[in-house]
Design a protein around this ligand. Sequence first.
Ligand code: M6R
Length: 341
Amino acid sequence: RKGGFAHYMLKEIYEQPQSFYETIRAGIDDRVRRMVMEADEITLVACGTSYHTALVFKYLAEPLCGIPVRVEVGSEFKYFTPPLHGLVIAVSQSGETADTIAALKMAKARNCPTLAITNMQGSTVTRVADETLLMRAGPEIGVAATKSYTAQLAALMQIVNLRCEGAFDDALSHAHLAIGDVLLQDIHEAVALCSKAEHVFFVGRGPFYPVSMEGALKMKEISYVHAEGYAAGELKHGPFALLTPETPVVAVCTPGPTYGVMASNIKEMKARKAPVIALGVAGDTELAEIVDIFIPIPNTHHLVQVLTASVVLQLLAYHTACALQRDVDKPRNLAKSVTVE
Ligand code: M6R
């Protein structure tokens, strides 16, 4: 059933070109389109990895579509419900996460239009929400969310694209090819560094900040190496004290408005003797020269870089966990879906 792969997680990582493509191909039906187009504000509720995709959405939708977006952790929302206005979207792979369901019910009780983004047709969130946008990831067996994460991004990026009148049609319809390319990326040096480390920092700016949070979550949950995802500019406000030659920092640094300031942050980390593993676009020799390990991702549209960087970080966590002989598909103390609040 693992199709020749050592673990379900690796199989599912490799299925991402297909699951991303299928989710884009399925599109958005008319009722959901109308709901999304009518929204003048969007609140997303989610937990764990799904919370990270929701944050990526915020970083994309606010500047690109000019729509205010709020993102709330499901477990907080029920007890500290913010004043609600506009569309509420519950993002949940399983559709059965208790905290996300509770938040969704609160939104319904306040008469907000509600949308579920899920991988599971017929799941609880689909029954509670007014409308459903179904991801096409197929069954995900590994506890670590991988293909469901990128399929959620496919669904959420389609919403951004819809609000931007199809500006990203081309990027989204070719993204699966770039995802396929990074599956073959050699990352063994980075894996060797992380598997010797007690702590690893993951940093990025803009949408790469939640991508870093997700990279850190994957690292902790399957390799048990302590990892923190940070906004790159925040390390100097405390965590710098933890930087040592044994504390790698994984930095995502791609072209765009924050490239220069990211490069300065990387130099500051190097000055504190931390080894830096940088993900940057292929051919960026300037970046490659200032870091210890450079991992190239294809030089594509920045929406696509969000996906390819994420997949590289999944592979980094996976191979680190394997090097440490962890039970990758069934990490300790975790369940695939969390059905208690
Ligand atoms: O099924 P959901 O998307 O609602 O699950 C939420 C989290 O429990 C989940 O994303 C979890 O963080 C991942 N399995 C971690 O890889």
